[in-house]
Write a protein that binds this ligand. Sequence first.
Ligand code: PRP
Ligand code: URA
Length: 209
Amino acid sequence: MSKLHVIDHPLITHKLSIMRNKKTGSKDFRELLNEIAMLMGYELTRDLPLEPVTIETPITKMQAEMISGKKIAIVPILRAGLGMVDGLQSLVPVAKVGHIGMYRDPETHKPVEYYCKLPADIEQRLVILVDPMLATGGSAADALTKLKEHGCTHIRFMCLVAAPEGVKKVQEEHPDVDIYTAALDERLNDHAYIVPGLGDAGDRIFGTL
Ligand code: PRP
Ligand code: URA
């Protein structure tokens, strides 16, 4: 079973509370989302393996340590996932970025894919799939299936707010993928929006309310 990591560091929780407030405008919302993505990225990458390398400081030679092994790809689910890319890339500037475009059908709430462009060597990378909202879990589960169809074997999913329904779906369909979230909310409403949530993340990021 995949693990659910709730990254509830006080700085993250504080910033998320500002984002939840309906009075917070797009500019602040975007800035806070990127700040949280960076802080969560710090936790998500905590167990990356290090390897010894010999370097020379101005004083002497030393055996230092640097990150080894798999390279990283960041894959946002469009649109709202775009809001987390800059924050993560500031931590891992050499990461490549793929894109999966999906929107939820307003009637069925099921995801509809409209775009997919991934780095050619994505199967060799640790993939961080990002989307601020994990509601029914349909979008994340389908995006994870897509990544696996492209050969990805080492994937982590990072969101901002998760509903129990979405966590259950992703864990059932992708037991190999750990989920990192800043908050686990109560439930979904009749329109499959997260309660209390923060509304429509894409609209709040891009000002399309
Ligand atoms: C939102 C959100 C997720 C999806 C989550 O996107 O960014 O991708 O809904 O819902 P789910 O877990 O029930 O699939 P939306 O479809 O509103 O598209 P947008 O990002 O383009 O606004
Ligand atoms: N998508 C959002 O942007 N917000 C929700 O609460 C659910 C899906």
